[in-house]
Design a binder for this molecule. Structure first.
Ligand SMILES: CCCCCCCC/C=C\CCCCCCCC(=O)OC[C@H](COP(=O)(O)OP(=O)(O)OC[C@H]1O[C@@H](n2ccc(N)nc2=O)[C@H](O)[C@@H]1O)OC(=O)CCCCCCC/C=C\CCCCCCCC
Ligand SMILES: O=P([O-])([O-])O[C@@H]1[C@@H](O)[C@H](O)[C@@H](O)[C@H](O)[C@@H]1O
Length: 220
């Protein structure tokens, strides 16, 4: 929703470090892997230890590598299908680490509501890119929806940061996680509608009509 509009601005900002990295001969896959490692380490080291503010700043910085790698790839003419796969797959590692680390923090606080919400955001948040990837594998663009990844991460990281940095009550963080959960379900449904509109009840071309293999012959 908001992230989509900011994409151009973020890419323009990323041009500066990206040019430096290309000049140094750093490839996009290195940026992707370093960014993911940075997210994983920042999330699991700082958030469970209660360093919500510092962790959020580091997560913000390393999450931006997800835009940096694509810019490095395009600038250096090294965009590859493998890179696109690596990028998307490691995004799932980063997503699970961010909300998983938050779940661990809630657990250590004895906050069952927060724990349950964070775990549900890990699971239902993963449905959103799954729906897009499955649709793309069928040749349909389903990148639509109210809460794409940038929105989900920004909201989750910002709300966690604000608990420590601004003294916002944890109940507000619960509310934001509930909103993210709802937004993930709605976004998945919006993508499902795209696929339904594209295919309707069109038969699956991969299925050969006739009895299933091994089925008993029809009775006469
Ligand atoms: C109900 C919903 C409510 C929503 C409210 C949300 C409020 C949010 C407010 C602000 C949002 C700001 C977010 C920042 C926007 C970032 C947008 C952006 O840049 O998106 C793009 C990136 C990257 O996307 P992608 O990976 O698809 O593209 P690339 O450009 O990387 O290209 C990929 C191609 O490149 C090739 N390639 C790549 C790698 C490789 N190794 N080899 C390759 O060849 C290949 O061809 C690929 O196909 O998207 C992101 O998702 C970045 C996430 C950034 C997360 C930001 C976290 C910010 C945290 C805190 C911010 C606080 C904000 C305050 C909000 C206040 C709210 C009240
Ligand atoms: O589908 P979604 O989660 O909103 O957002 C997607 C990311 O999760 C995915 O990793 C990336 O490769 C896509 O380009 C897109 O940005």
């Amino acid at each position: 929703m908001i992230a989509r509009r900011l994409r151009g601005v973020v890419r323009a900002v990323m041009l500066v470090p990206a040019r430096g990295l290309v000049a140094l001969g750093v490839g996009p896959d290195v940026v992707t892997v370093v960014g993911t490692l940075g997210v994983v380490v920042s999330a699991f080291v700082f958030w469970p230890a209660g360093r919500l503010e510092l962790g959020a700043w580091l997560l913000f910085a390393f999450a931006m590598f997800d835009s940096l790698d694509g810019t490095v790839a395009r600038l250096s003419g090294r965009s590859t299908r493998w890179g696109a796969f690596l990028d998307s797959t490691l995004d799932r590692v980063a997503d699970a680490s961010i909300f998983g680390a938050l779940a661990i923090w809630f657990h250590l606080q004895g906050d069952t509501t927060g724990l349950v919400l964070a775990v549900l955001v890990v699971g239902f948040g993963a449905l959103v890119p799954y729906a897009r990837a499955k649709a793309e594998s069928m040749g349909v663009d389903a990148s639509n929806g109210i809460a794409e990844r940038g929105d989900r991460l920004a909201l989750g990281i910002f709300a966690t940061w604000s608990v420590q940095a601004l003294g916002v009550p944890v109940a507000v963080l619960h509310g934001v996680l509930a909103l993210l959960l709802l937004a993930s379900v709605v976004t998945t449904a919006q993508r499902a509608v795209r696929v339904l509109q594209a295919f309707g009840t069109e038969p699956d071309p991969r299925v050969v009509p006739g009895p299933a293999p091994g089925a008993a012959p029809p009775r006469r």
